[in-house]
Design a protein around this ligand. Sequence first.
Ligand code: BGC
Length: 755
Amino acid sequence: MKRIILLLGLCALGFSCSKQLSPQDRLTVNDKKINEIIAQMSLEEKVEMMHSKTIMSSEGVPRLGIQDIKYADGPFGVREEVGDGFRAKGWSLDSATYFPTGSALAATWSPELAYDYGNGIGVEARLRGKDIMLGPAINIQRLPVGGRTYEYFSEDPVLAAALAVQYTIGMQDAGTAACVKHYALNNQETNRGTVNVIIDERTMREIYLKPFEDAVVKGGAMSVMPAYNKVNGYYGTENFVLNNEILRDEWGFKGMTVSDWGGTHSTMGAALGGLNVQMTGDNYFGQPLIDSIRMGKLSEEIVNDRVREILRLRFAIEPIPDEVANTVQTSQPASRQTAYNVATKSVVLLKNEGSLLPISSDKVKKIAVIGRNAIATTAAGGMGAGVKTPYEITPLQGLQNRSNDRFEITYAAAYKNYLGMFGRMMMMHGGGAAVKDIAMDINEAPDAELLKEAVAAAKEADIVLFFCGTNKFIETEGSDRSDIKLPLSQEEIVKALAEVNPNIVSVIISGGPCDLQELEKYSKSIVQGWWNGLEGGHALADILYGEIAPSGKLPFTFPVKLEDSPAYAMGNFPQKVEAATDVFAAAHRDDITGGQRRRMQRPAPDAHYTEGQYVGYRWFDTKQVPVMYAFGHGLSYVDFEYANVATDKQSYKADDVIKVSFDLTNSGSMTADEVAQIYVTRLDAKVEWPVKELKGFQRVTVDAGESQRVTVEIPVESLRYWDVDNDMWMLESGNIEILVGGASDDIRLKTQVAI
Ligand code: BGC
C-alpha cells in the first residue's frame, strides 16, 4: 500500500511513472485517436478494411489518409512481388535474401540467431514497403512426413517457442509486424482445408499452443494467422475459443488476425469467431457482413472491435510511401551474413565413424561429389512460399569455391531430378529443363548411365560426398509425403558407391527427417545439411573442410522407421485424402479466373490426436521405442565434457527460477559450439508426464582445451501443467530430477530439486 501511495505522489509531482507496458499493451497507446477515427467511419469503410484489396494487401481509409496494409509471404525471406494468382510481377529489385528454412534455423538452437533472422527479414520487408510479414511459421512437427516440416521449427514446444519469440521481436524491432502462423494445430497438409483436429485441452495447451502463446505474450506478435483446419469442430477463422477466449482474453492479444488464404468460410461464424481480415476475397467479409449488420443479425460493435485492432497495427507500423519503397534491391549484405551464420550453426553431424570428417588435404586429394542434390537449389519450388534470391550457393559450388585448389572435385548426378506433377506443369509453362533429366516416378529405378558414371567417379576418388535427400517438390505445402524413404533409388545408389569406395560421407539435403536404415550401412559419416539459404553451400563447405566445427542439433527425432512415430503407432495417421482440391490451390485458381470461392464438397475428416502429449521424443523415450537419431543429437569435431552440476537452491517456489550450473570443457583441438540441454523428469508425480521434457538449453562457444561454467535458467512456472478439471495452469509439488546433456539420449549429469 505504502508503495502505491508513494508512486501516486511521484506521479502527481510530474515524475515519469508510466508502468512498463507489456508487449501487447504497446499496441493500445493510440486507442483514443483510433476510437475517434472509428466514430467518423461509415460501415462500408469499416468493412472495406476487413477483406483483401489485392492478393497481398487490405484497404486503409483513403478518405482519412490511412494507408493500406501491405503483406508479404515469409517465413524464410520476403517473397517476390506477386499479382493475381500469385503470378510473379517480374520486378527487377525484388530479389530478397533466402534464409535457411525453419527446420534449419531450429537446428541452431539459437534464439540470438532467430532474432537476427527475424530482424533481417523485417528490414528487407520495409525496403519493399511491406507492413506485415506472414511468418514465423511455428506449428509443432507432429508427423515426420509433414509437408511443411521444413517451414516449422520443432517437435518440442520449448525450443519452438524460444525461437518464435526472438524471431518475432527481431522482425518487429525492424518496424515490420510479424504474423505468426498457422493458429493452430496445422500439423498436416493432408486435407488441411477441411480436417477437424480432435485434441484434448491439456495436450493443446502444453504442446501445440505454447509457441503461439509465447510469440504473442513474450514476443508481442502484432498479427496472427488462423489456420485452414478445424480444431474441435470449428475452422481456425471461426474458432471462438481459440481466437477470442484464449488469444484475446487469456493472452491479451491486441492485434489483428488474418485468415489463411482461402481459409474464411462464413460471415457470421468468422465475425463472431474473432476474424479481422478475410484473405483473399470479399464474399464473406464484404457485402454479406454489411447486410448482416443492417439486418440486425450482428452488432456493429463487433466490426468496431475488429477495425480498432486493424488500426492499432496500422498505427504501430509506419507506412512506407510508394516512392520510397522498392528503390533498392531487397536483399541486404547484413541479412546475407545472418543467413550464412545460421547455416554454419545449423548443419548437424549425425555420425562420424573413424573421423572421416573434416576432410583434410593431408589425406584427401580427390573428392567425388555425387548426387543431384549437390547442385539443387531450394529457394523456390513446390507449392507455397519461396524466395526469389539474388543467388544461391549450392553445395557443389560451395565446395569448389572454398577448395582453394587443395582438392580436385568431380561431380556426377547419379539420379534425375524429381518435380512431381506440379513441378512438371510449372516447367512446361516456363519452357524448363530437358525431360530426359526429369524422373517421372519418385521411386524410379537407377538410370544405368548415370549410375555407371557415378560409380566410376567414386572409384577414382579418395572420398565420396553423396548428396541425397528430398527436394522442394517432394516436401511441399499442400501435401504430406507418403513415406520418409530416401527417394529416387538413393539407397541402391549409395550401396553401389560403397562397393567401390568405403569412404562415404552422406549429406542429406531435406527439410524433414528421412529413413536412414539403408544409408547408415554404407556411410561412415552422415550430415544433415537442410535447405540452408543462399549461403548454404559455403557454410556446408566450411564445415566439411573443417574451418568450422559442426554444432547443429536435431530439432526433431529421426525415427528408425515411419511406423514407429506416435501418430502412426496410434493409428491416427495416415489419413485418406478426402478433399477434392487443396484449399490453397482452389483459392489460387479462383484468383486467376475471378471465380467464386467453392466450399469443399466432401465432409471434413477428423484427425484424432490420441497420442496426446507424447509427441516426438516424448513418445520414443516414454515408450522405449529405439530411434535412429534422437531429438537434440548432433556431433562435433571435438568432445565436450560435462561436470560439477549444481543448482542455486534445493527447494523452489512457484515464482522462482531454477539456476542450473555446470562446467563444460572442450577437450578437442579447435574452437567449437555446444548446445547444452536441460531436461526434467518428475520423480513422484501424480499427474501423467513423459519420462523427460526439455526445459532449457544454451548454445555456448568454448575454445580448444578451455572450460566454462554455464548457467541455464528454468522458470518454475514452466513446470506447470494444464489442469483440465479446473481449467487452469497448476504446479505440482514434488521432486524433480534435472538432467543435463548434449542430446535427449546423451544425458551426462543429474541432480535433484524439490518444488
Ligand atoms: C499458406 C500461408 C501463406 C498464404 C499466402 C497459404 O496457402 O498456408 O502460409 O502465407 O498461403 O501465400
